[in-house]
Design a protein around this ligand. Structure first.
Ligand SMILES: Cc1ncc(COP(=O)(O)O)c(C=O)c1O
Length: 418
């Protein structure tokens, strides 16, 4: 029976425990399994290789993303690490100019040491994507593309959409078409939206990634990562790498993510409703110079977002007007918590330049628009009016005249200057 997403969230994957009839998949807290004789297992050998609780989550995420094979890892970065291990020295990736700082860091500071390189591209601009796949013609648009030779060292395009932290929207189907025409893979980090809102594999992506730590787990109580593919050969290689590298998700955390996923639909509906209200309020408030949220009709990604997803998610970034001090704003919040991470039931706010994206060198951050004043808000499921009231009082409290900064204090570092 083919189920819709709301039913799949509850009944997808394994739907309970076949052995005992337990309605909830149990936590199979075991490292190893009895074998009935040499080479005679009951389907399970060792929990790095396979564990029934993790397997239930892997089947569930595969169902939700409309893929065929799912993989669960100890963190989003462990998932990314394993997917990047598909490549070898000499290979190159095209990377969205806006990605989670840790994704940039692992490519820049880990995989690059093994000869796997990357090129940063604004993947929202399809001409730039096309141009980046060609040799001798980097950065050119239009006319010269036909003449240029393909860069064979490029093996994949890696995107986030909407991207962290500027919520830039990339057209997944269009980039998939370009990638496949050039025989490259398309990898999409779907953390910000989850399959409840967007399903990259159905739009042509080859690999979908998640930090399960965020909306899928949903309660800021576990760290996890997931990957999903459709293709059997890709799945076989990923399974090999998952076991060989060993960054697997533990049974208890697999249970927590399955439990989180059961309420994903109702949470995302509320997250999005709140985010829409807050983004509109921010835009009209007169307090901000910029709001990034692809659910606003004024956002450059609005139309593509509408085309490829059922909503815009619940991540908003914004920059306060000059008369407000963003440092003081963070300190003045009473309900919204200043913390790393996102996607939990509680609203969290962060300062990308010094927190989630600190691993990206300042010059690159500046080039891609991650300014020091940028504030990222993960809208929770509290009452939207309470959240707006908290934002309002914190912004007002951060007014520079009120805070009367010492003339000898640097506006940038907050430190005393001589
Ligand atoms: C979009 C995105 N992808 C991946 C990750 C990494 O996930 P984790 O922190 O679970 O390793 C994060 C973490 O913030 C993220 O925001």
């Amino acid at each position: 029976m083919s189920l819709k997403i709301d039913s799949l969230l509850i009944h997808g994957g394994k739907d309970g425990d076949e052995t005992t009839g337990a309605v909830t998949v149990p936590v199979y807290q075991t490292s190893t399994y009895k074998q009935d004789g040499l080479g005679r297992t009951r389907g399970w050998e060792y929990s790095r290789t396979g564990n029934p609780t993790r397997d239930a989550l892997e089947k569930l995420i595969a169902d939700l993303e409309e893929g065929s094979y799912g993989f669960a890892f100890a963190s989003g970065l462990a998932a990314i690490n394993t997917v990047l291990s598909l490549f070898k020295a000499g290979d190159k990736l095209i990377l969205s100019d806006n990605v989670y700082g840790g994704t940039f860091r692992i490519l820049d500071n880990v995989f690059q040491n093994f000869g796997i390189t990357y090129e940063i591209v604004n993947t929202a601009d399809l001409d730039e994507v096309e141009a980046s796949l060609l040799k001798h013609d980097k950065g050119s648009k239009g006319k010269n593309l036909k003449k240029a030779a393909e860069d064979e060292s490029i093996k994949a395009i890696y995107i986030e959409t909407p991207a962290n932290p500027l919520l830039t929207v990339t057209d997944i189907a269009a980039v998939a078409e370009i990638a496949h025409r050039h025989n490259k893979l398309l990898i999409v980090d779907n953390t910000f939206l989850t399959p409840y809102i967007q399903k990259p594999l159905t739009l042509g992506a080859d690999i979908v990634l998640h930090s399960g730590t965020k909306y899928l787990g949903g309660h800021s109580d576990t760290v996890s990562g997931l990957a999903v593919v459709k293709d059997k050969a890709l799945a076989d290689r990923l399974y090999y790498l998952q076991n060989a590298i060993g960054g697997v998700l533990a049974p208890w955390d697999s249970f927590l993510v399955i439990r989180g996923i059961k309420t994903l639909g109702v949470r995302m509906d509320r997250h999005q409703k709140n985010a829409g209200k807050i983004a509109k309020w921010l835009e009209k408030s007169g307090f901000v110079s910029k709001v990034y949220y692809p659910g606003l009709t004024s956002d450059p990604g609005y139309e593509i977002q509408k085309k490829q997803a059922t909503g815009a998610g619940a991540m908003i970034s914004f920059v306060l007007n000059d008369e407000y001090d963003y440092r003081k704003f963070f300190e003045s919040l009473k309900l919204i918590t200043l913390a790393e991470s996102l996607g939990g039931v509680e609203s969290l706010v962060c300062h990308p330049a010094s927190m989630t994206h600190a691993a990206i060198p300042a010059d690159i951050r500046k080039k891609v628009g991650i300014v020091d004043e940028l504030i990222r808000l993960s809208v929770g499921i509290e009452d939207a009016d309470d959240l707006i009231a908290d934002l309002k009082q914190a912004i007002k409290a951060s007014h520079k005249e009120k805070t009367q900064p010492d003339k000898n204090t640097s506006k940038i570092t907050g430190k005393k200057v001589r």
